[in-house]
Write a protein that binds this ligand. Sequence first.
Ligand code: AMP
Length: 400
Amino acid sequence: MKVLVINCGSSSLKYQVLDMTTEALLAKGLVERIGMDGSVITHEKIGMDKFILTVPMKDHQDAIGHVLEAIQDADHGVVASMDEIGAVGHRVVHAGEKYSKSVLVTPAVLRGLEECCELAPLHNPPNLLGIAACQALMPNTPMVTVFDTAFHQTMPPESYIYAIPYEYYQKHGIRRYGFHGTSHKYVAERTADILNVALDDLKIITCHLGNGASVSAIKRGKCIDTSMGFTPLEGLVMGTRSGDIDPAIVTFIREKEKLEQGVANDILNKKSGVLGISGVSSDFRDIEAAAEEGNERAQLALKVFAHKVRFYIGAYIAEMNGVDAIVFTAGVGENDIEMRDIICNDLGNLGIKLDLVKNKVRGKETIISRDDSKVKIILIPTNEELMIARDTYNIVKKIK
Ligand code: AMP
Protein backbone atom coordinates (compact mmCIF):
# COMPACT_ATOMS: atom_id res chain seq x y z
CA MET A 1 0.00 0.00 0.00
CA LYS A 2 1.18 3.54 -0.82
CA VAL A 3 0.53 6.17 1.83
CA LEU A 4 0.43 9.94 1.42
CA VAL A 5 1.62 11.84 4.51
CA ILE A 6 0.44 15.42 4.97
CA ASN A 7 1.77 17.93 7.48
CA CYS A 8 -0.28 21.07 7.03
CA GLY A 9 0.65 24.50 8.43
CA SER A 10 -1.24 27.78 8.10
CA SER A 11 0.42 28.85 4.84
CA SER A 12 2.59 25.87 3.98
CA LEU A 13 2.38 22.10 3.81
CA LYS A 14 4.87 19.26 3.60
CA TYR A 15 4.07 15.91 2.06
CA GLN A 16 5.62 12.53 1.34
CA VAL A 17 4.55 9.41 -0.52
CA LEU A 18 5.84 6.13 0.90
CA ASP A 19 5.46 2.55 -0.29
CA MET A 20 4.66 0.70 2.91
CA THR A 21 5.51 -2.75 1.59
CA THR A 22 9.17 -1.68 1.78
CA GLU A 23 8.80 1.63 3.71
CA ALA A 24 10.60 3.27 0.76
CA LEU A 25 10.20 7.01 0.30
CA LEU A 26 8.97 7.62 -3.27
CA ALA A 27 8.44 11.38 -3.35
CA LYS A 28 8.38 14.40 -1.08
CA GLY A 29 7.57 18.05 -1.39
CA LEU A 30 6.67 21.35 0.08
CA VAL A 31 3.97 23.90 -0.76
CA GLU A 32 4.63 27.44 0.41
CA ARG A 33 2.73 30.73 0.49
CA ILE A 34 -0.75 29.13 0.37
CA GLY A 35 -3.34 31.92 0.06
CA MET A 36 -0.64 34.54 -0.69
CA ASP A 37 1.04 35.95 -3.77
CA GLY A 38 3.72 33.67 -5.19
CA SER A 39 2.33 30.27 -4.07
CA VAL A 40 4.86 27.63 -5.01
CA ILE A 41 5.16 23.84 -4.93
CA THR A 42 8.57 22.15 -4.80
CA HIS A 43 8.21 18.46 -5.62
CA GLU A 44 10.89 15.80 -5.66
CA LYS A 45 10.57 12.30 -6.99
CA ILE A 46 13.33 10.49 -5.15
CA GLY A 47 16.33 10.12 -7.45
CA MET A 48 15.23 12.91 -9.77
CA ASP A 49 15.79 16.68 -9.85
CA LYS A 50 13.37 18.90 -7.95
CA PHE A 51 10.39 20.23 -9.87
CA ILE A 52 9.29 23.75 -8.89
CA LEU A 53 5.99 25.29 -9.99
CA THR A 54 4.79 28.78 -9.09
CA VAL A 55 1.02 28.81 -9.45
CA PRO A 56 -1.79 30.64 -7.61
CA MET A 57 -3.22 28.59 -4.70
CA LYS A 58 -5.99 30.41 -2.89
CA ASP A 59 -6.47 27.85 -0.13
CA HIS A 60 -5.42 24.45 1.23
CA GLN A 61 -7.71 22.58 -1.15
CA ASP A 62 -5.99 24.26 -4.11
CA ALA A 63 -2.62 23.37 -2.59
CA ILE A 64 -3.54 19.71 -2.07
CA GLY A 65 -4.95 19.63 -5.62
CA HIS A 66 -1.48 20.58 -6.88
CA VAL A 67 0.15 17.97 -4.64
CA LEU A 68 -2.13 15.29 -6.15
CA GLU A 69 -1.30 16.48 -9.68
CA ALA A 70 2.43 16.37 -8.91
CA ILE A 71 2.35 12.83 -7.53
CA GLN A 72 0.38 11.61 -10.59
CA ASP A 73 2.44 13.54 -13.17
CA ALA A 74 3.73 11.48 -16.11
CA ASP A 75 7.35 12.63 -15.59
CA HIS A 76 7.88 13.24 -11.89
CA GLY A 77 4.87 11.44 -10.44
CA VAL A 78 5.01 8.20 -8.45
CA VAL A 79 1.48 6.83 -8.96
CA ALA A 80 -0.50 6.26 -12.16
CA SER A 81 -3.73 7.31 -10.46
CA MET A 82 -4.96 8.21 -6.98
CA ASP A 83 -6.42 4.70 -6.68
CA GLU A 84 -2.88 3.60 -5.80
CA ILE A 85 -2.89 5.76 -2.65
CA GLY A 86 -4.40 3.44 -0.03
CA ALA A 87 -4.53 5.98 2.80
CA VAL A 88 -3.57 9.47 3.91
CA GLY A 89 -1.81 10.11 7.22
CA HIS A 90 -2.18 13.58 8.73
CA ARG A 91 -0.01 15.12 11.40
CA VAL A 92 -2.19 16.83 14.00
CA VAL A 93 -0.47 18.71 16.80
CA HIS A 94 -2.92 18.54 19.69
CA ALA A 95 -5.39 15.87 20.76
CA GLY A 96 -5.69 17.06 24.37
CA GLU A 97 -6.51 14.09 26.59
CA LYS A 98 -8.76 12.59 23.92
CA TYR A 99 -6.27 10.34 22.15
CA SER A 100 -3.18 8.47 23.25
CA LYS A 101 -2.83 6.76 19.86
CA SER A 102 -3.31 7.54 16.19
CA VAL A 103 -6.90 7.10 14.98
CA LEU A 104 -8.93 6.69 11.81
CA VAL A 105 -10.65 9.94 10.86
CA THR A 106 -14.41 9.82 11.47
CA PRO A 107 -16.92 12.66 11.92
CA ALA A 108 -16.73 12.08 15.72
CA VAL A 109 -12.91 12.33 15.67
CA LEU A 110 -13.10 15.57 13.71
CA ARG A 111 -15.58 17.02 16.21
CA GLY A 112 -13.24 16.08 19.04
CA LEU A 113 -10.28 17.72 17.31
CA GLU A 114 -12.29 20.90 16.71
CA GLU A 115 -12.64 21.08 20.50
CA CYS A 116 -8.84 20.87 20.83
CA CYS A 117 -8.34 23.93 18.60
CA GLU A 118 -8.38 26.27 21.60
CA LEU A 119 -5.43 24.33 23.07
CA ALA A 120 -3.38 24.77 19.87
CA PRO A 121 -4.92 27.75 18.07
CA LEU A 122 -1.97 28.20 15.70
CA HIS A 123 -1.52 24.55 14.76
CA ASN A 124 -4.73 22.51 14.96
CA PRO A 125 -6.91 24.68 12.66
CA PRO A 126 -4.53 24.36 9.64
CA ASN A 127 -4.07 20.63 10.41
CA LEU A 128 -7.86 20.25 10.21
CA LEU A 129 -8.00 22.30 7.00
CA GLY A 130 -5.60 19.78 5.46
CA ILE A 131 -7.87 16.90 6.43
CA ALA A 132 -10.95 18.66 5.04
CA ALA A 133 -9.17 19.43 1.77
CA CYS A 134 -8.04 15.81 1.35
CA GLN A 135 -11.52 14.51 2.16
CA ALA A 136 -12.99 16.80 -0.50
CA LEU A 137 -10.53 15.62 -3.14
CA MET A 138 -10.26 11.94 -2.06
CA PRO A 139 -13.69 11.16 -0.58
CA ASN A 140 -13.17 7.39 -0.65
CA THR A 141 -9.62 7.25 0.73
CA PRO A 142 -9.29 6.45 4.46
CA MET A 143 -7.51 9.08 6.54
CA VAL A 144 -5.63 8.71 9.81
CA THR A 145 -4.56 11.39 12.28
CA VAL A 146 -1.26 11.08 14.14
CA PHE A 147 -0.87 13.40 17.12
CA ASP A 148 2.21 15.16 18.52
CA THR A 149 0.73 14.87 22.01
CA ALA A 150 -0.33 11.20 21.90
CA PHE A 151 2.95 9.56 22.95
CA HIS A 152 3.12 11.68 26.10
CA GLN A 153 -0.32 10.61 27.35
CA THR A 154 1.33 7.84 29.41
CA MET A 155 2.86 10.41 31.81
CA PRO A 156 1.77 9.93 35.43
CA PRO A 157 -0.20 12.78 37.05
CA GLU A 158 2.80 13.91 39.11
CA SER A 159 4.54 14.75 35.80
CA TYR A 160 1.62 16.51 34.15
CA ILE A 161 -0.23 18.35 36.92
CA TYR A 162 0.83 21.96 37.52
CA ALA A 163 0.78 23.25 41.09
CA ILE A 164 -1.98 25.76 40.43
CA PRO A 165 -5.59 25.43 41.64
CA TYR A 166 -6.71 21.96 40.56
CA GLU A 167 -9.99 23.31 39.18
CA TYR A 168 -8.07 24.85 36.22
CA TYR A 169 -7.12 21.35 35.17
CA GLN A 170 -10.70 20.15 35.62
CA LYS A 171 -12.36 23.15 33.98
CA HIS A 172 -9.89 24.10 31.25
CA GLY A 173 -7.60 21.09 30.77
CA ILE A 174 -4.52 23.04 31.94
CA ARG A 175 -1.80 20.39 32.34
CA ARG A 176 1.43 19.30 30.70
CA TYR A 177 0.72 17.72 27.31
CA GLY A 178 4.15 17.63 25.67
CA PHE A 179 4.90 17.79 21.94
CA HIS A 180 7.28 16.24 19.35
CA GLY A 181 5.78 12.90 20.50
CA THR A 182 6.10 11.25 17.10
CA SER A 183 9.81 12.05 17.03
CA HIS A 184 10.48 10.92 20.62
CA LYS A 185 8.65 7.65 19.93
CA TYR A 186 10.50 7.04 16.67
CA VAL A 187 13.98 7.53 18.13
CA ALA A 188 13.12 5.47 21.23
CA GLU A 189 12.06 2.55 19.02
CA ARG A 190 15.18 2.93 16.88
CA THR A 191 17.31 2.91 20.05
CA ALA A 192 15.93 -0.51 20.98
CA ASP A 193 16.67 -1.78 17.43
CA ILE A 194 20.20 -0.33 17.40
CA LEU A 195 21.08 -1.72 20.84
CA ASN A 196 19.24 -4.98 20.11
CA VAL A 197 17.50 -4.75 23.48
CA ALA A 198 13.72 -4.82 24.02
CA LEU A 199 12.25 -1.33 24.53
CA ASP A 200 10.66 -2.77 27.67
CA ASP A 201 14.10 -3.22 29.21
CA LEU A 202 15.38 0.31 28.52
CA LYS A 203 15.46 3.70 30.20
CA ILE A 204 16.02 6.32 27.50
CA ILE A 205 16.37 10.10 27.49
CA THR A 206 15.53 11.47 24.05
CA CYS A 207 16.76 14.98 23.22
CA HIS A 208 14.88 16.44 20.24
CA LEU A 209 16.98 19.56 19.67
CA GLY A 210 15.77 21.54 16.68
CA ASN A 211 14.43 25.04 16.33
CA GLY A 212 11.79 23.79 18.77
CA ALA A 213 13.38 21.54 21.38
CA SER A 214 12.22 19.07 24.01
CA VAL A 215 13.57 16.23 26.14
CA SER A 216 11.64 13.13 27.18
CA ALA A 217 12.17 10.43 29.79
CA ILE A 218 11.10 7.09 28.35
CA LYS A 219 10.93 4.08 30.66
CA ARG A 220 9.94 0.65 29.31
CA GLY A 221 8.79 2.31 26.06
CA LYS A 222 6.45 4.73 27.83
CA CYS A 223 6.95 8.46 28.21
CA ILE A 224 7.01 9.30 31.90
CA ASP A 225 8.00 12.96 31.58
CA THR A 226 8.73 15.56 28.92
CA SER A 227 9.96 19.14 29.00
CA MET A 228 7.33 20.90 26.86
CA GLY A 229 4.15 21.65 28.73
CA PHE A 230 0.65 23.01 28.22
CA THR A 231 2.12 24.63 25.10
CA PRO A 232 5.47 24.13 23.31
CA LEU A 233 6.81 27.18 25.17
CA GLU A 234 7.91 25.35 28.33
CA GLY A 235 11.14 23.48 28.94
CA LEU A 236 14.39 23.89 27.05
CA VAL A 237 15.74 27.14 25.67
CA MET A 238 14.85 27.03 21.93
CA GLY A 239 15.61 28.96 18.74
CA THR A 240 13.17 31.75 19.58
CA ARG A 241 11.24 30.39 22.59
CA SER A 242 12.27 31.14 26.16
CA GLY A 243 11.55 27.72 27.67
CA ASP A 244 11.18 27.73 31.48
CA ILE A 245 11.08 31.14 33.11
CA ASP A 246 9.70 32.47 36.38
CA PRO A 247 6.04 33.23 35.47
CA ALA A 248 6.23 36.46 37.49
CA ILE A 249 8.56 37.85 34.80
CA VAL A 250 5.64 38.08 32.38
CA THR A 251 3.57 40.46 34.53
CA PHE A 252 6.68 42.43 35.46
CA ILE A 253 7.78 42.99 31.85
CA ARG A 254 4.21 43.77 30.81
CA GLU A 255 4.05 46.60 33.32
CA LYS A 256 7.60 47.90 32.80
CA GLU A 257 7.39 47.91 29.01
CA LYS A 258 3.68 48.82 28.90
CA LEU A 259 2.96 45.91 26.56
CA GLU A 260 -0.37 45.45 24.81
CA GLN A 261 -2.38 42.25 25.20
CA GLY A 262 -0.65 39.32 23.49
CA VAL A 263 2.71 41.03 23.00
CA ALA A 264 4.38 39.26 25.94
CA ASN A 265 3.34 35.92 24.48
CA ASP A 266 4.83 36.94 21.15
CA ILE A 267 8.10 37.98 22.79
CA LEU A 268 8.42 34.67 24.66
CA ASN A 269 7.60 32.61 21.55
CA LYS A 270 9.31 34.54 18.77
CA LYS A 271 11.96 36.86 20.19
CA SER A 272 13.47 34.86 23.03
CA GLY A 273 15.55 31.68 23.23
CA VAL A 274 19.05 31.71 21.76
CA LEU A 275 17.94 34.53 19.44
CA GLY A 276 16.92 36.67 22.42
CA ILE A 277 20.12 36.05 24.36
CA SER A 278 22.56 36.34 21.45
CA GLY A 279 20.80 39.02 19.43
CA VAL A 280 22.41 37.27 16.45
CA SER A 281 20.05 34.60 15.10
CA SER A 282 17.92 31.62 16.05
CA ASP A 283 20.13 29.40 13.90
CA PHE A 284 22.88 27.64 15.83
CA ARG A 285 25.23 27.84 12.84
CA ASP A 286 25.09 31.66 12.90
CA ILE A 287 25.43 31.79 16.68
CA GLU A 288 28.44 29.45 16.66
CA ALA A 289 30.11 31.53 13.95
CA ALA A 290 29.56 34.70 16.01
CA ALA A 291 30.77 32.94 19.18
CA GLU A 292 33.98 31.92 17.42
CA GLU A 293 34.58 35.53 16.45
CA GLY A 294 34.36 36.46 20.14
CA ASN A 295 30.73 37.59 20.43
CA GLU A 296 30.13 37.12 24.17
CA ARG A 297 26.34 37.07 24.00
CA ALA A 298 26.51 34.36 21.33
CA GLN A 299 28.85 32.38 23.59
CA LEU A 300 26.45 32.87 26.50
CA ALA A 301 23.42 31.75 24.43
CA LEU A 302 25.14 28.44 23.62
CA LYS A 303 26.08 27.92 27.27
CA VAL A 304 22.55 28.66 28.51
CA PHE A 305 21.09 26.26 25.93
CA ALA A 306 23.46 23.44 26.93
CA HIS A 307 22.92 24.15 30.64
CA LYS A 308 19.19 23.56 30.29
CA VAL A 309 19.59 20.31 28.32
CA ARG A 310 21.99 19.02 31.02
CA PHE A 311 19.54 20.15 33.71
CA TYR A 312 16.75 18.00 32.20
CA ILE A 313 19.07 15.04 31.58
CA GLY A 314 19.99 15.11 35.29
CA ALA A 315 16.37 15.42 36.35
CA TYR A 316 15.26 12.52 34.18
CA ILE A 317 18.07 10.28 35.38
CA ALA A 318 16.72 10.88 38.89
CA GLU A 319 13.13 10.28 37.80
CA MET A 320 13.99 6.97 36.16
CA ASN A 321 16.61 5.92 38.72
CA GLY A 322 19.19 5.65 35.93
CA VAL A 323 19.48 5.77 32.16
CA ASP A 324 20.68 3.29 29.55
CA ALA A 325 20.78 5.56 26.51
CA ILE A 326 20.76 9.28 25.70
CA VAL A 327 19.63 10.05 22.18
CA PHE A 328 20.24 13.20 20.14
CA THR A 329 17.94 14.06 17.24
CA ALA A 330 16.56 16.96 15.10
CA GLY A 331 18.54 19.79 13.44
CA VAL A 332 20.87 20.67 16.31
CA GLY A 333 20.97 17.19 17.87
CA GLU A 334 21.85 15.55 14.56
CA ASN A 335 24.30 18.09 13.23
CA ASP A 336 25.87 20.15 15.98
CA ILE A 337 29.02 18.30 17.00
CA GLU A 338 30.17 21.02 19.37
CA MET A 339 26.82 21.31 21.16
CA ARG A 340 26.66 17.53 21.79
CA ASP A 341 30.18 17.81 23.18
CA ILE A 342 29.26 20.66 25.56
CA ILE A 343 26.09 18.88 26.72
CA CYS A 344 27.88 15.58 27.46
CA ASN A 345 31.02 17.12 28.89
CA ASP A 346 32.08 16.09 32.41
CA LEU A 347 29.26 13.63 33.10
CA GLY A 348 31.64 10.71 33.69
CA ASN A 349 30.44 10.22 37.27
CA LEU A 350 26.99 9.48 35.87
CA GLY A 351 28.49 6.89 33.50
CA ILE A 352 28.06 9.18 30.47
CA LYS A 353 31.21 9.41 28.34
CA LEU A 354 31.15 10.87 24.84
CA ASP A 355 33.74 9.61 22.33
CA LEU A 356 35.10 12.83 20.81
CA VAL A 357 36.16 11.07 17.62
CA LYS A 358 32.94 9.11 17.07
CA ASN A 359 31.03 12.32 17.82
CA LYS A 360 32.46 13.93 14.66
CA VAL A 361 29.45 12.82 12.61
CA ARG A 362 26.36 14.51 11.23
CA GLY A 363 22.92 13.18 10.28
CA LYS A 364 23.82 9.48 10.47
CA GLU A 365 22.70 6.83 12.98
CA THR A 366 25.79 6.32 15.14
CA ILE A 367 26.67 5.29 18.68
CA ILE A 368 28.89 8.17 19.79
CA SER A 369 29.71 7.11 23.37
CA ARG A 370 33.04 5.59 24.38
CA ASP A 371 33.20 1.82 24.67
CA ASP A 372 33.64 2.17 28.46
CA SER A 373 30.61 4.48 28.80
CA LYS A 374 27.91 2.81 30.93
CA VAL A 375 25.30 4.92 29.16
CA LYS A 376 25.10 4.70 25.37
CA ILE A 377 24.94 8.06 23.60
CA ILE A 378 23.33 7.72 20.19
CA LEU A 379 22.73 10.05 17.26
CA ILE A 380 19.50 9.10 15.47
CA PRO A 381 18.07 11.24 12.65
CA THR A 382 14.36 11.57 13.33
CA ASN A 383 11.75 10.47 10.80
CA GLU A 384 8.32 11.67 11.84
CA GLU A 385 6.85 11.11 8.38
CA LEU A 386 7.78 7.41 8.42
CA MET A 387 6.15 7.11 11.85
CA ILE A 388 2.96 8.75 10.53
CA ALA A 389 2.98 6.46 7.48
CA ARG A 390 3.48 3.37 9.68
CA ASP A 391 0.60 4.22 12.00
CA THR A 392 -1.59 5.05 9.00
CA TYR A 393 -0.75 1.79 7.25
CA ASN A 394 -1.24 -0.32 10.39
CA ILE A 395 -4.66 1.20 11.09
CA VAL A 396 -5.92 1.14 7.51
CA LYS A 397 -4.77 -2.38 6.63
CA LYS A 398 -7.11 -3.71 9.33
CA ILE A 399 -10.17 -2.18 7.65
CA LYS A 400 -9.27 -2.91 4.01
P1 AMP B 1 14.83 21.50 12.96
O1 AMP B 1 13.85 22.38 13.67
O2 AMP B 1 14.92 20.12 13.53
O3 AMP B 1 14.66 21.52 11.47
O4 AMP B 1 16.28 22.15 13.23
C1 AMP B 1 16.64 23.37 12.63
C2 AMP B 1 17.85 23.94 13.35
O5 AMP B 1 18.93 23.00 13.33
C3 AMP B 1 18.41 25.18 12.68
O6 AMP B 1 17.77 26.33 13.10
C4 AMP B 1 19.84 25.17 13.15
O7 AMP B 1 19.92 25.91 14.35
C5 AMP B 1 20.15 23.72 13.47
N1 AMP B 1 21.17 23.17 12.57
C6 AMP B 1 21.00 22.60 11.36
N2 AMP B 1 22.20 22.22 10.85
C7 AMP B 1 23.15 22.53 11.77
C8 AMP B 1 24.57 22.41 11.84
N3 AMP B 1 25.27 21.85 10.85
N4 AMP B 1 25.19 22.87 12.95
C9 AMP B 1 24.49 23.43 13.94
N5 AMP B 1 23.15 23.58 13.94
C10 AMP B 1 22.47 23.15 12.86
